[in-house]
Design a protein around this ligand. Structure first.
Ligand code: IPM
Ligand code: MG
Length: 387
């Protein structure tokens, strides 16, 4: 009996290895990043997701249309609204992303995405994979870039979280070998480490940053984190003007609350799961995950998203029109900079600062005691008009 169980687990492991080796070949064959300047037309996908997603994403789209109106009228920019990435459809089809939705996403160059519901144990939904994680894998969006800025505290961090490997690559492919033994897999490839680490150093170089920090637990997770760390110091040699150092995830988590030391971090590059955890911690200092936007960048596609949840209760209670669209608007600002509209992006960041910090004429409360998302988007556009 036991023999059979071991053989079954070995076979499962063999298939997993084959799949990952295929991924390595795909990465090896990959060219350079898409050059948006070389395109006749940039297609921006607007994928609302579910819960409050469609309501807030629509407002971010209005702002993008306003900022890009000239190029939209010239046919240089086109918007494509993609519905159907809802938990209801995903549950009905038992798919992380329905096929037609994935095909539509692949017709775009960049995507603005609202939140999507991730089923968890014990809720009403079947256990479909997270749409976020699936989209990162399907579109090979390997760099998850999450900036956190708190100017008054001297904090200006940019996290480069690896987005396709680590514990997430085979998160749903673990095995229960016997009733008593469960095994999960965590994965690192040379190509996967190389591309995220190089992206972090390139960002540092292009933005005048003087330090890049790697975060791992390579003293314990020796093989995969070890590969990440070795690759990091190898690549650092190509950037002699940038200081490179590394921390273990436990002490890094502590250092982020050390007010004397944390200001010194600039660019931080790290494997998937550590990046997931520490970017929530970092966003909390800035005012919570609701204030952060996140960019998911690959060589062919890029996706920009709000990092908060889909708040289905707000929809049930009819309050989705009052949802705060800030995070997805911030994601839209990142999208603009990414496709080369740097001046428009800066205007939007400025307007966000004015509307949420310095002037704050409207208050969002999530209910009828505050402004609607539409009113907030109008306020942003009026502010830009008067800059
Ligand atoms: C994030 C989220 C996702 C993740 C969830 C929703 C799958 O926490 O974007 O950080 O774990 O990556
Ligand atoms: Mg997270």
């Amino acid at each position: 009996m036991r023999r059979e169980e071991i053989e079954a687990a070995k076979e499962h492991f063999g298939k997993l290895i084959e799949k990952q080796l295929e991924r390595v070949e795909v990465m090896k064959a990959q060219g350079d990043f898409l050059d948006y300047k070389s395109l006749d037309k940039i297609v921006i996908g607007v994928c609302g997701g579910d819960g409050i997603g469609p309501a807030i994403t629509k407002q971010a789209q209005r702002i993008l249309e306003y900022l890009l109106k000239e190029d939209v009228s010239k046919g240089k920019v086109e918007f494509k609204v993609i519905d159907g990435l809802t938990i209801e459809r995903r549950a009905a089809e038992l798919k992380a992303i329905p096929d037609d939705v994935l095909a539509e996403l692949k017709e775009c160059h960049v995507i603005l995405k609202g939140p999507t519901t991730t089923p968890r144990k014990g809720d009403e939904w079947p256990n479909v994979e997270s749409a976020n994680v699936a989209m990162r894998k399907e579109l090979d969006l390997f760099a998850n870039v999450r900036p956190v800025r708190i100017p008054e505290q001297g904090i200006d961090w940019t996290f480069y979280r690896e987005n396709t490997e680590g514990g997430y690559a085979a998160g749903k492919e673990g095995v229960n070998v016997t009733e008593d033994l469960g095994i999960d897999f965590t994965i690192a490839t040379s190509q996967g480490c190389d591309r995220i680490i190089r992206a972090a150093f390139e960002f540092a170089k292009a933005n005048g940053k003087t330090r890049v920090t790697a975060v791992t637990k390579a003293n314990i997770i020796k093989t995969t984190d070890g590969k990440f760390l070795d690759t990091f110091y190898e690549i650092a040699k190509d950037y002699p003007d940038i200081a490179a150092d590394d921390w273990y995830i436990d002490i890094m988590t502590a250092k982020l609350v050390d007010e004397k030391r944390r200001k010194d971090f600039q660019v931080v590059v790290l494997p998937n799961l550590y990046g997931d955890i520490i970017t929530d911690e970092a966003a909390e200092f800035q005012g919570g995950v609701g204030t952060a936007g996140s960019a998911n960048i690959g060589k062919r596609y890029a996706m920009f998203e709000a990092i908060h949840g889909s708040a289905p209760r707000m929809v049930k209670e009819g309050r989705d029109i009052y949802a705060d669209p800030c995070s997805v608007i911030r994601a839209a600002a990142m999208l603009l900079a990414h496709i080369g509209y740097v001046a428009e992006s800066e205007k939007l960041y400025k307007a966000l600062d004015i509307c949420t910090i310095t002037e704050k004429k409207l208050v969002m409360t999530g209910r009828d005691t505050g402004a609607t998302s539409e009113e907030f988007a109008n306020y942003i556009m009026e502010t830009i008009e008067n800059l």
